[in-house]
Design a binder for this molecule. Structure first.
Ligand SMILES: NC(=O)c1ccc[n+]([C@@H]2O[C@H](COP(=O)([O-])OP(=O)(O)OC[C@H]3O[C@@H](n4cnc5c(N)ncnc54)[C@H](O)[C@@H]3O)[C@@H](O)[C@H]2O)c1
Length: 355
């Protein structure tokens, strides 16, 4: 078990057991509610229920998926909390992927001006990314994460045993954030990743702990995304646009799949703008293609993608903001690129289909 101690709360990585239960009992909450979706109700709740049963938790169950990360579902969650008689001294335990964590945290952070919540992330993406950093929110008018707040959980319990029931495609998607963390902040981790055979044989507890440590270091220095935290945006300016574009296609991409494509395009920008070595461009591109394959982006979609990038809430003015790599393990924030150069980066990505 690894424990990362932050000023406000602890992140534990490893099996959830007696220690967690004792900690929970010591909080003396007046009541406990557990938020699950249909999949985590089936696959994850049975693992926790025997330990938590004594606390008589109120189970709140919602449908699974990003489609439900909106205000109507929040209304349902708040109604369930009111119906259970929840007060200020209740706690909401969010058991699920990033959707449950983001939306459950948002509902808890605003219910009666805020009650405690515990994040129990059950996907790889949620363990290495969504549950760390205090960003909570929902989608509004089809704009992702456009309503929300920054608030820390009371605790994060990340147990890689939950990955046992996770569809392999979801696991692979979450892995993109591990690759990103290594590329922006830890060249040794990147060198280890390059040697990897397949994802099935990974020692997840170690990888999650090392990767979370990187994100935690970055967000502790810049909790409200004024500077350094933008480093975590590597691959995401172009990746988010690709994700949004394919969302309405017949072949939607998972978040990490789109981010992998975005990282390839932004690695090319890094080579152009910051002199990232050609050998590194080649190695990073080959690695990401090996894991994620390739998805052609129609050239007539480039203007739509650019429009998505212009709307990115991380831009400070009309220019499109990037975080790029001068070398593996290092990152430079607040880079910008002109539309023509971004088009070339997308074209570079498309050319990789030939290799
Ligand atoms: N707050 C942040 O900093 C942050 C960072 C990155 C992503 N996010 C958000 O995270 C969300 C994506 O998270 P996600 O990829 O975890 O998606 P998700 O929560 O939709 O989970 C993916 C799917 O896996 C299922 N599932 C979850 N755990 C399972 C398990 N152990 N076994 C079987 N099935 C399981 C879920 O029911 C769902 O169908 C997005 O909404 C994104 O905006 C937030």
């Amino acid at each position: 078990m690894t424990i990362l101690s932050l000023p406000q709360y602890d992140i534990s990585i490893g099996p959830i057991g007696v220690k967690h239960l004792r900690w929970l009992q010591a909080q003396e909450y007046a009541g406990l509610a557990v938020l699950v979706d249909e999949n985590t109700a089936e696959h994850c709740w049975p693992r926790l229920a025997p330990d938590l049963g004594g606390l008589n938790p109120q189970l709140i169950r919602i449908p699974a998926g990003e489609r439900y990360k909106h205000l109507d579902t929040c209304r349902y969650i708040w109604e369930q909390l009111f119906a259970a008689g929840a007060g200020r001294n209740w706690c909401l335990l969010n058991l699920g992927g990033g959707v449950i964590g983001d939306m459950g945290g948002f509902c808890a952070g605003t219910f009666k001006r805020g009650i405690d919540f515990i994040q129990v992330p059950t996907t790889l993406l949620a363990q290495v990314d969504a549950s760390v950093g205090g960003k909570l929110g929902i989608d509004f008018n089809d704009i992702k994460n456009s309503i929300g707040l920054f608030q820390d959980p009371a605790a994060v319990w990340a147990d890689p045993a939950f990955f046992g029931t996770l569809p392999p495609r979801e696991l692979r998607s979450g892995f993109a954030e591990i690759v990103k963390h290594a590329l922006i902040a830890d060249v040794d981790q990147w060198e280890q990743l390059r040697q990897l055979g397949d994802l099935e044989s990974m020692d997840w507890a170690t990888w999650v702990a090392d990767s979370v440590a990187i994100k935690q270091r970055v967000v502790t220095e810049d909790p409200h995304e004024r500077g350094l935290r933008k480093a975590l945006n590597f691959g995401h300016t172009i990746g988010h646009a690709i994700e949004s574009y394919f969302l309405f296609s017949e072949t939607p991409l998972l978040h990490g799949e789109a981010i992998a494509a975005g990282m390839i395009a932004e690695t090319w920008l890094s080579h152009q703008q910051l002199g990232l070595a050609a050998a590194d461009l080649k190695a990073i591109t080959a690695f990401l293609l090996r894991i994620y394959g390739h998805q052609i982006i129609p050239e007539d979609a480039f203007p739509t993608l650019l429009e998505y990038m212009r709307q990115d809430k991380k831009n400070e003015d009309s220019r499109i903001n990037f975080s790029l790599l001068p070398a593996p393990g290092r990152v430079e924030v607040n880079r910008t690129a002109e539309p023509e150069e971004i088009g070339q980066a997308l074209a570079f990505y498309n050319q990789q289909a030939m290799h």
